[in-house]
Write a protein that binds this ligand. Structure first.
Ligand code: KIV
Ligand code: NA
Length: 267
């Protein structure tokens, strides 16, 4: 059974943490059988399940429903639930109230987006018994402020901000950190400096683990545009697999042996 302690032990011995998003019981069972360590009930469900073009409209109710679908079926996996847009930014108290509901729905940890502005909230939750995963780099809930889904931390100033934000989250008690679409070298430095268990998506091979959106790695997602092309960091593990179960097992193996992500998936 995966616990915060066993995840930290994996990091210490250099074993990569294989993570996938998951939204329902059937896939939770398949992921657990394939040896996926961590399941993220991500607010990407707004795009993948609901067909929206951002995560902004996802509600706490949606997240509770899908966390309840995943948790009982995800035997042995560590379960992270995303806090949706608007459910935590207002105050630590608001975040606590809503995080408690996600934990009651079966999450072991909540994830929230943002850096220094979230430090006080992260401390508030951690001191009250809720493990917290941060999320820096491309933070999809800020897509309109960021001007699109693109690489973050390329300029020296942005990179330093990211390092400072990560250190702040770590000092506040966050134990994991999703890094989305940041240069590999920056993710490597950040992972070394902060001691956080970093889970990368488009963040290079030197993170403590990797995550992909389940439907992306199974080639099951398009945004409805005929010319849709998956992001650079995605590998379709159905290519060369005869079943979903095989694709999931190959993903876990590729994360563990370091063959995913390859240079072509990185920035
Ligand atoms: O919602 C999600 O799927 C995520 C991952 C992309 C990290 O936050
Ligand atoms: Na998310």
């Amino acid at each position: 059974m995966t616990t915060l302690h066993s995840l930290q032990q994996m990091v210490s011995r250099g074993e990569k943490i294989a993570t996938l998003t998951c939204y329902d019981a059937s896939f939770a069972r398949l992921c657990a059988q394939a040896g996926v360590d961590v399941l993220l009930v991500g607010d990407s469900l707004g795009m993948v399940l609901q067909g929206a073009n951002s995560t902004l409209a996802v509600t706490l109710h949606d997240m509770l429903y899908h966390t309840r679908c995943v948790a009982p079926a995800a035997a042995g996996c560590w379960i992270i639930a995303d806090m949706p847009f608007g459910s935590y930014q207002q105050s630590p108290e608001q975040a606590m109230r809503n995080a408690a509901r996600l934990m009651a729905a079966g999450a072991h940890m909540v994830k929230l987006e943002g850096g220094s502005a979230m430090v006080e909230t992260v401390r508030f939750l951690v001191e009250r018994g809720i493990p917290v995963c941060g999320h820096l780099g491309l933070t999809p809930q800020s897509v309109h402020q960021l001007g699109g889904y693109r690489v973050q931390g390329k300029q020296a100033e942005q990179a330093q901000q990211l390092l400072d934000d990560a250190q702040g989250l770590s000092d506040a008690g966050a134990s994991m950190l999703v890094l989305e679409m940041v240069p590999s070298a920056l993710a490597a430095t950040l992972t070394q400096q902060t001691g956080l268990a970093t889970i990368g998506i488009g963040a290079g091979p030197d993170c403590s683990g990797q995550v992909l959106v389940l439907h992306d790695m199974l080639g099951a997602y398009s945004n409805g545009k005929p010319d849709y092309k998956a992001p650079r960091f995605v590998r379709n593990f159905m290519h060369g697999s005869d079943s979903i179960q095989t694709a999931l097992s190959r993903y876990v193996a590729a994360v563990k042996d370091g063959s995913f992500p390859a240079a072509e998936h990185c920035f």
